[in-house]
Design a protein around this ligand. Structure first.
Ligand code: 4AD
Ligand code: MG
Length: 521
C-alpha cells in the first residue's frame, strides 16, 4: 500500500490499539489484535471467512469453529457488512492468495448497527453521492483518497526541497482574479466580499517578499453547469516566482509534474491496481513535454498541421473505426457466452464466470458507444475551430491525442485570458500565458503565466476588463515599488487526482465535493 510515514503505524501500536492491516507482514506468526469493519462474509462448513478493513488496508480473516468459543463462532456467523469488530488471532501467510491473513482465536462485536445501505449491487451515482459519507469506505474511493494524500505530500516535498515558502492567502477577498462571472458573493459585515477564485494576486505580493512561494488552499468558482471537470470548491497549488519568465515557468511546471507523477507511480502501485488504472500513459510522463504556441495548436486541432506525419482528423477517423470494431467483437463474445450458458450442462462456477464476463463486456460497450457517438462531434468541432476562441474539452482531447506526453500550449490571444497576463512584446495581441493539458481526454490541469509587471500596461488591462481599479490599488503597488519580471501557475488538485487515478468524473477526487447541485452531505 501507499508508503505512509512510518510513525503513523507506530502511534497506533503505542496506543495499544493492536496493529494495522498495513503492517500484518511484519507480524507473521505472532498473536495480534486487529480492529476494523467487515467487508464480506462467506460461510463454509465449520469455518467463516470474512473481509476486514481498518483504514490502512484490507485482509481476509478466518474463523474456524474448532479454534474459537461457541459464542465467538456464533458471532462470526452473524457478521454483516460494516459491522465494527475487534479480532484476536495469529498472522499467517495464505499461500494460495499470497496474502497475509488472520486466523482468529477470539472476536468481539463492537457494533452491529443497521443494515448497510451500500451493497454489492450496482447503485446509481446520485445514490452514492447522497451517501458520500459512507461511500468513502468502498475500496476504490479509499484508494483514490490515498492517491490524493500521496500527491499532497509530494507537492509539499517538491517545493519545500527547492526552497519555496508555503504561505496562505485570504479566502475572503474584495477583488476578482479569474473573471467576474464565477464569483461567489458573501456578506462581510455589511460589505460585499467574494470567496477567493485563486490565491495568485496575494501570491505575487508574497513572492516580492520571499522570492519563491507557493499557496495551497481551497478556491471557489460559481460554475453553473454540471461537467466532469468542474467543482465549485477545489484545491489549488499556486507557486509564484520572482525573476522568472514564461520559459522558466514552463521548465518548472514540467519538472514539477514529472516529480509528482513518478512519486505517485512509485508509492501508490497497489492503489492504482485497485483503481484498475492502466498506467501506460503515466509511465511515459518524463521531461520534454511538447511546447506549442496557441497558433500551432489551433492548426493541429483543425487538421492543417501534422504531428509526426499524422493529422488530427485522420487519427480520429482511425479511432472511430477501432472503437466500432471493438464493439462488434464484444457483441459477438457476449452472444457466444450467452449461448453456451443457455445450452446447459455448464458447472456453476463457469456459469458465474461467464455471467461476470458478460456484465464487464456490456459495461465496456456502453463506454465505447459513448465514445463512438462523441468522436464525430469532436471531428466536426475540430474542423470548424475558430482562431481566437478558447479550447473546449473536446479540442483539448483532439490535440493531446497526437502526443504521448502532457502538452503545453503557450502565447494565447490576450482577449481570452486574464487581465494580469503579460503582453508579449513581439506579438502585441498575445499574452505570455501557458496551459498544461493532460493526455487521455483529461485536458487542462495547469494554467499559468508571466505577469504584467508594467504599471501602465496593467492599468490599461484593468480598464479593458472593466474591473474596479480601486480594489486593485494594493496589487498595483507591487508595480510601483521594485517591480520585477515574475511568473507562476496554478494546478487544480482534483483535476490531477482525476487524471492520475483514471477516474471519469472529478466529483470522486475530493472527499466531499461541492458542485452545481451538490451541497450535501
Ligand atoms: O486556469 P486557472 O483559472 O488559473 C488561475 O486561477 C491562475 N490564477 C493560476 C495561477 O497562475 N496562479 O485555474 C488553474 C487550474 C486549472 O488549470 C484547473 O486545474 C483548476 O485550476 N481549476 C478547476 N478545478 C476544478 N474545478 C474548477 N471549477 C476549476 N477551475 C480551475
Ligand atoms: Mg485556465
Amino acid at each position: 500500500m501507499c508508503a505512509i510515514p512510518f510513525f503513523q503505524s507506530r502511534i497506533a501500536m503505542s496506543l495499544k490499539q493492536g496493529i494495522r492491516i498495513a503492517d500484518l507482514a511484519e507480524h507473521k506468526g505472532q498473536s495480534v489484535t486487529l480492529q476494523g469493519w467487515i467487508t464480506f462474509r462467506r460461510d463454509s462448513k465449520g469455518i467463516v471467512f470474512a473481509g476486514l478493513r481498518d483504514g490502512s488496508g484490507f485482509a481476509q480473516v478466518v474463523v474456524a469453529e474448532d479454534r474459537v468459543s461457541p459464542e465467538a463462532y456464533q458471532t462470526a456467523q452473524s457478521l454483516q457488512l460494516e459491522n465494527a469488530v475487534r479480532l484476536h488471532g495469529t498472522v499467517v501467510h495464505n499461500e494460495r492468495m499470497n496474502e497475509m491473513e488472520l486466523e482468529v482465536t477470539d472476536l468481539e462485536l463492537l457494533h452491529a448497527g443497521a443494515e448497510y445501505p451500500i451493497t454489492r449491487k450496482a447503485h446509481g451515482v446520485e445514490f452514492l453521492m447522497d451517501h458520500r459519507h459512507l461511500w468513502l469506505r468502498q475500496p476504490k474511493q479509499w484508494a483514490m483518497m490515498r492517491v490524493r494524500n500521496r500527491l499532497v505530500y509530494a507537492i509539499h516535498r517538491f517545493f519545500q526541497e527547492r526552497g519555496f515558502m508555503q504561505l496562505d492567502p485570504p479566502l475572503f477577498t474584495a477583488n476578482a482574479v479569474e473573471g467576474t462571472t464565477t464569483l461567489f458573493e458573501t456578506d462581510f459585515y455589511g460589505e460585499p466580499a467574494y470567496l477567493s477564485q485563486s490565491g495568485q494576486l496575494y501570491g505575487e505580493a508574497l513572492a516580492m517578499a520571499h522570492g519563491l512561494i507557493y499557496t495551497f488552499g481551497p478556491t471557489f468558482r460559481a460554475e453553473k453547469s454540471k461537467t466532469r471537470r468542474h467543482l465549485s470548491e477545489f484545491w489549488m497549488i499556486e507557486p509564484e516566482m520572482a525573476f522568472y519568465d514564461l520559459d522558466d515557468n514552463m521548465d518548472l511546471i514540467e519538472e514539477f509534474i514529472v516529480f509528482i507523477v513518478r512519486d505517485m507511480l512509485e508509492g501508490c502501485a497497489k492503489e492504482l491496481e485497485l483503481l484498475e488504472r492502466d498506467t501506460t500513459m503515466l509511465e511515459k510522463v518524463s521531461k520534454g513535454f511538447p511546447r506549442l504556441s496557441y497558433d500551432e495548436a489551433v492548426a493541429i486541432i483543425r487538421g492543417e498541421q501534422a504531428v509526426d506525419g499524422r493529422k488530427s482528423l485522420d487519427v480520429l477517423a482511425e479511432d472511430l473505426k477501432a472503437v466500432e470494431e471493438e464493439i462488434a467483437a464484444n457483441e459477438k463474445d457476449i452472444a457466444e457466452r450467452e449461448a453456451a450458458i443457455a445450452a446447459g450442462g455448464m458447472k456453476k462456477g463457469a456459469v458465474n464466470f461467464n455471467r461476470n464476463k458478460i456484465d464487464q463486456l456490456i459495461a465496456r460497450n456502453k463506454e465505447l458507444a459513448e465514445r463512438a457517438s462523441n468522436i464525430p462531434q469532436w471531428m466536426e468541432s475540430a474542423r470548424n475551430f475558430q482562431h481566437g476562441e478558447d479550447f473546449g474539452g473536446s479540442d483539448e482531447t483532439v490535440l493531446t491525442r497526437l502526443f504521448d506526453k502532457p502538452v503545453m500550449v503557450y502565447r494565447w490571444p490576450a482577449a481570452i485570458k486574464a487581465f494580469y497576463m503579460k503582453r508579449d512584446p513581439e506579438f502585441p495581441d498575445y499574452v505570455k500565458g501557458v496551459d498544461l493539458l493532460a493526455p487521455e481526454g483529461y485536458g487542462e490541469i495547469v494554467g499559468g503565466a508571466e505577469r504584467e509587471d508594467d504599471l501602465d500596461l496593467l492599468l490599461a488591462r484593468i480598464k479593458a476588463h472593466d474591473l474596479p481599479q480601486e480594489a486593485f490599488e494594493w496589487y498595483l503597488d507591487l508595480r510601483r515599488y521594485g517591480t520585477v519580471p515574475h511568473a507562476g501557475f496554478g494546478l487544480g488538485l482534483e483535476r490531477l487526482v482525476t487524471w492520475l487515478s483514471g477516474t471519469h468524473h472529478i466529483r470522486e477526487a475530493i472527499p466531499f465535493p461541492r458542485a452545481y447541485g451538490r451541497l450535501k452531505p
